[in-house]
Design a protein around this ligand. Sequence first.
Ligand code: FEO
Length: 615
Amino acid sequence: MDTSALFNIGYGLYVLTTRHNDTDNGCIVNTVTQVTSNPLQIAVTVNKGNYTHELIMNSCVFNVSILTTETPMFVFEHFGFQSGRTVNKFANCEAEHRAVNGVLYIPKYTNAFLACKVNNSIDFKTHTMFIADVLDAQVLSDKPSVTYDYYQNHIKPKPQTPKPSNGKRRWECKVCGYIYEGDFLPDDIECPLCKHGKEEFVEIFDAETPKQSPITTNMNQIKLTDNIFYVGVNDRRTDLFENHMELPNGVSYNSYLIVDEKVALIDPVEAGFIEEYLFKVKSVLQGRKVDYLIINHDEPDHSSSIAAVLREWPEAQVVGNAKTFAPLEAFYGPIENKKVVAEGETLSLGTHTLQFFMVPMVHWPESMVTYEQANGIVFSNDAFGGFGALNGGIFDDQVNLAFYEDDMRRYYANIVGKMAMQALKAIEKLGGLTIKMIAPSHGLVWRSNPAWVIGKYTQWSKHEGEEGVVIVYGSMHGNTGVMADIVARGAAEAGIKEVKVYDVAKTEISFIMSDIWKYKGVIIGACAHYANMFPNMNLLTHEINEFKPKSKCFGIFGGMSWSGGGVKTLAKYAEEGQWNLVAENVEVKGAPIREEDWDKLYNLGKTVAEAILKV
Ligand code: FEO
């Protein structure tokens, strides 16, 4: 249905006057109709919020003065833009013109009046239709009656409406011209002058307020609060995060928009998703501009769309800290409009105030978090993030957390874990704030139970491992794999229920690192490869020494073909990484077909298991 069709109904404009208990009042109406000629009756419909309505309900008399095309705007303003509850609209009348019913009529700018007495009424919830006998009628001039259309085109001033003073959008009441300013037009708005509702308001535009795009207001709006929006995207097409970590469940690049007197966009998204991202941001902004682009972290999975964002809103100020801009400009070239914030500095957007806290090395040196004070929201960037695209559920209370926990720990172990101390310091620093919601740049938004994710990050940062053993092997022809099974038997028989065995050539390293972070026991096995070890194992051992998971009980085993190399290389890594080796290294010639080798491997698993059970 196209309700604008109703605008094509012809309407006149009238001053409806009444009198009750010596109080005269009147208002502008456009709903006068003759309903019968014998008896002569008219109908007029009046909004219940009008003071004139209240008086007619008591007096049951009214006059209709029919306005002409010569009526100046001030007459409409006088009777239509103010309430008789606060203003005596007839206070300065020089001469009283009363009809037979005792009610005033308007002698100037009118061509006739009708004096009426109410004989019936119909209640329309918001309005009342008064049906009245016409007691008297007089023609006052031969000027043509004004129509609503004429009023709009010839009397009402053309929009010399106030320019938006603060970037706000504006809507005009079509009935009386009242201007409403705000971010959105409330559903329950009632014009304070003429009492009409939302359906009578139209948005007005001028050079400073671009006409809105065809993007509809309600699409893609995911709210953290009334004025804070989630505008992130899901990436299910990238195979490898940072080009080396598998993404079987995808990943989200979260971004947030705060709409206040000033608009702040917090951390953009990976550039490959720019179209979807801009669509989402614009669908919220509806023509408003971004005033601040907050860069909590320079890494390109967030910042690579910065140029596209600034092309869209070139006046936006880019907000970062003292370490933000050198890398950012190294990636993307000069940034003109910079705002450097310091530790604890605040930035007011209107009712929202942002405060910035540095969390260096979580994940890069310039990393910071943005705290929104009014609602207690921490925009934490990589901290408290996780792998896994957001499958409809954006908030922690909308999903089964068990589905996300492994992906969160894998993210932590491979991205934040190396800086566990800094992560811990960051958690302690944020502990002084009232945190009601954690909004990271990857993964779930924690609005119901932020303590859950803080607890997990604290546990992982403190290297508090769980009871379990990870056994990883590299094997060219399967013999070292057979050895791994014997080691696993020893660990299981010693009472460890969580024993995870991985072939390093089959399972991508980030998954193995995640379990190494999770469990207390780590047993690594590698066959020889020339005088070194199985090549794929080098990457894992490199990562272990890079990320330095602590409080582990390590063991080493491997096979040798002619001169060995697997165990020897592992021992070198162990020495460099100061692994806590709790058992003798086991090296087996060929296959584990001799009982003594079988015993050594079994006891390796058992010894590591017993060590972790004691911790
Ligand atoms: Fe998600 Fe370190 O970037």
